[in-house]
Design a protein around this ligand. Sequence first.
Ligand SMILES: *Cc1c(COP(=O)(O)O)cnc(C)c1O
Length: 415
Amino acid sequence: MSTFEYRDGRFFCEQAPIESIAERFGTPAYIYSRQRILDNFRRLVDAFRDVSSLICYSVKANSNLAILKLLREAGAGFDIVSGGELARVGRAGADPRTVVFSGVGKTASEIDAALRARILMFNVESAGELERIESRVRAASQCEPGGISIRINPNVAAETHPYISTGETIHKFGVTPGEALELYRRAAASPHLRVRGVACHIGSQILAVEPFLEALDEVLAVAEQLRSLGVTIQDVDMGGGFGIRYADEPALDLDRLAREFITRVRATPYRLLVEPGRAVVGDAGILVTRVLYVKQNPEKNFVITDAGMNDLMRPALYGSYHEIVAVGRRSEERVRADVVGPLCETADFLARDRDLPDVKPGELLAVLNAGAYGYVLASNYNTRPRPAEVLVDGEHAELVGRRESVEELMSRESA
Ligand SMILES: *Cc1c(COP(=O)(O)O)cnc(C)c1O
């Protein structure tokens, strides 16, 4: 049985009819499947089972506390990119020794908070950041040395959307392997730092295995050079980026990727870390929206929905494709239309030139594969409260993120 499917003409998430969830919690709403999240996570754990490994879920893909708690209970570590995400994983009860902190712009106060929390390691992205971490440890009294990896930029092309490719020298992320060695020398000589590993992350929504293997070879080469310098490491962190299927593209062959990783890592003393985000939550969530109006211009048909680019930004930001289905019925009649939101922007679309069932105002649509980089990228543009978030477990649907109110949005401001 699949997670989101039609039964007798009605669309379900697990055993819960989407229509009743929308009635109960309103639209637009994100609906997540607990079972699908766990299945995705366990599939990753299984894939890397034959080598010492830790799956650090990338919090930025979907940071809802209920999901973090679910994954923590399933044994996940976490990859965070801000002090805010550090607070979230703390709230979800994460063991700090499973938390890695990535990102090019960690502030002094974020570094202090992570040192206090005693996270596993910082994935360091520049010489300046390494110095900053060292000086924050020095400044704090009774602080253990900060665990660090250097994030190398292996200069491989990830063959994904240019906005989510990160592993080439034109990108802001990481440092060259040559510079990394210099930083490792400095770190190894400092009483305030403890070298833990080598890290990289080459981008997101990558569908080919080869770029990952090229990157791993670079990472292992750096680890080998460290060994000859007498610097021992425990972890190689290969980041995330495992692509999922949005349309009819061939999916990433995760099993092959894992086998190739295992073959290479097994020959070493290192533990393998991976930081998947999208692969855990992407296909476990949908955005449900109600059709407000249907209109025709001389050139085009438009389906106007109560969800817009403020709720799901991926189509506007990356031109991403999300499959859209009618919740209530599977009409044979199809119409080519743009699905657009209520915002005053031409980029405010969920789909363009899409063959859709001939929907009418009041009907519900489900935007599929919206579990990753959906709610987390939502904004309040046009003073629109962000949507509700619902977690489904069997036939039970629980509100895990209350819809914002306009009052709340205005309450921070003074006039
Ligand atoms: C975004 C990010 C991830 C997760 O990427 P996915 O494509 O969602 O798997 C992992 N590691 C780092 C450093 C990231 O920035």
